[in-house]
Ligand binder design. Structure first.
Ligand code: HPA
Ligand code: ZN
Length: 345
C-alpha cells in the first residue's frame, strides 16, 4: 500500500474513520456506570455507591488488582439474559460508531456462575447481541471465554464443562484476572483440553507479569495471541521470536496508562513494538473503566507518541491479520482498509 502524505492535523480523522478490528475487550469492562445503576435498579441489587458520580470517583486505579476489585463489583448487577444482551449491544453500537468492523469479545463466566447465574444465561444473552450486530450493524462479532487465573485449575475445568453445551457460540478461550503469582502453567492441562476441542487459544501475559509468563503462555499453553505483552520489550530473544513467528500482541494503551503500567501515554512502547516488526494491535480492554473506546485509544496514543499514518495503517492491518476470521474475510477487510486510505482527501 502506497500511503500518500497525510497532514498531522487530519490524522485523528483518519484514525477514527479507518476500519479496524477489536481483539481485546472484556465485555464486563464495557459496563458504563449509568448502565450499572440502571441494571441495579431493574434487578433490585444494592450497590455500595450512592450515585453514578460516586462510582466514577472510585475509578482511580494504582495497578491491575485495584481495578479488578471494582470491575467484579460492577458485574454484580448482571443477572438475566437481557442484562447480558443489553451490555453487549451497548458495546457493539459504540464499537460500530468507531468503525470497528469485527470484534472478538472476552467474557468472564466465573464472575457470574459464582453468583448463581447459569452459563446458559450469560452465553445466550451475549451471543444474541453478536448475532444482531451482524444483521443490524454490519459488524462481525464472536466470543472468547476467559478463565479467571486467580481461581483453580479445577474450577477452570468445571467452567469448561458447563460451557461445552454452547460450544458453537464461542470461538476460543483466554486467561485473565490477577496475573502476578498466577503463571500460565497453572492452566496447561485445561488449555491442552481446549486445544483438543478445537478452540482458539489466547492468554493475558506480560501486562504486569514478567516476560517469562509470555514464554510459558506460548510454550505450555500454545496460545496463538498474547493479550497485552508489553513487557516483552525487556527480553530481546522473546521480541525476536514474536516477530519471527508473527504472534500478535493485543495492546491496550489507555488501560496500561490507567493501571500505571506506563507513567504516561508518551512513554508507551507500542511504537517500539511496531518498529521491531511485531504484529501489535490497539484495543480498549475495559473501555468504561479506562476512559475510552477504540478511537479514543487510537487518537490519544497517536497524539502522545507522535506515530503517523504509516503506523495507523499497520495497526489496522495487523488487527485483521491477528483476528480469527478466515483468509478470504481478512482480505476483504484489508481491501476496505486500503479503500479508506485511498479515498481519504
Ligand atoms: N488484565 C487482566 N484481567 C482483566 C483485565 C486486564 O486488563 N481486564 C479485565 N480483566
Ligand atoms: Zn484484558
Amino acid at each position: 500500500m502506497n500511503l500518500k502524505p497525510i497532514p498531522p492535523e487530519r490524522l485523528p480523522e483518519l484514525l477514527r474513520r479507518m476500519p479496524k478490528a477489536e481483539l481485546h475487550i472484556h465485555i464486563e469492562g464495557s459496563l458504563e456506570p449509568e448502565l450499572i445503576f440502571a441494571l441495579a435498579q431493574r434487578n433490585g441489587v444494592a450497590l455500595p455507591y450512592a450515585s453514578v458520580q460516586d462510582l466514577r470517583r472510585a475509578y482511580a486505579f494504582t495497578n491491575l488488582q485495584s481495578f479488578l476489585d471494582i470491575y467484579y463489583a460492577g458485574a454484580s448487577v448482571l443477572l438475566k439474559e437481557q442484562d447480558f444482551f443489553d451490555m453487549a449491544w451497548a458495546y457493539l453500537q459504540r464499537a460500530a460508531a468507531d468503525h470497528v468492523v469485527h470484534a472478538e469479545i472476552f467474557f468472564d463466566p466465573q464472575t457470574h456462575t459464582a453468583r448463581g447465574v447459569a452459563m446458559e444465561t450469560v452465553i445466550k444473552g451475549l451471543h444474541r447481541a453478536c448475532a444482531q450486530a451482524h444483521t443490524e450493524l454490519g459488524v462481525s462479532a464472536s466470543l472468547i471465554l476467559c478463565f479467571l487465573r486467580h481461581l483453580s485449575e479445577q474450577e477452570a475445568f468445571e467452567t469448561l464443562e458447563q460451557a461445552l453445551p454452547y460450544r458453537d457460540q464461542f470461538i476460543g478461550v483466554g486467561l485473565d484476572s490477577s496475573e502476578v503469582g498466577h503463571p500460565p502453567e497453572k492452566f496447561a492441562r485445561v488449555f491442552a483440553r481446549c486445544r483438543e476441542l478445537g478452540f482458539h487459544l489466547v492468554a493475558h501475559a506480560g501486562e504486569e507479569g514478567p516476560p517469562a509468563y509470555i514464554w510459558t503462555a506460548l510454550d505450555l499453553l500454545k496460545v496463538e495471541r498474547i493479550d497485552h505483552g508489553v513487557q516483552s520489550i525487556k527480553d530481546a530473544a522473546l521480541m525476536q521470536r514474536l516477530a519471527r513467528e508473527r504472534i500478535p500482541l493485543t495492546v491496550c494503551p489507555l488501560s496500561n496508562l490507567k493501571l500505571c503500567v506506563f507513567p504516561t501515554l508518551a512513554a508507551h512502547n507500542i511504537g517500539q513494538l511496531l518498529d521491531a516488526g511485531l504484529v501489535a494491535t490497539v484495543n480498549s480492554d475495559d473501555p468504561a473503566y479506562f476512559g475510552g473506546y477504540m478511537n479514543d485509544n487510537f487518537v490519544q496514543t497517536f497524539a502522545a507518541t507522535g506515530m503517523a499514518a504509516a503506523q495507523a495503517y499497520q495497526l489496522a492491518k495487523n488487527s485483521f491479520e491477528a483476528s480469527f476470521i478466515d483468509a478470504a474475510a481478512k482480505r476483504r477487510y484489508v481491501d476496505r482498509l486500503d479503500a479508506a486510505f485511498a479515498e481519504f482527501e
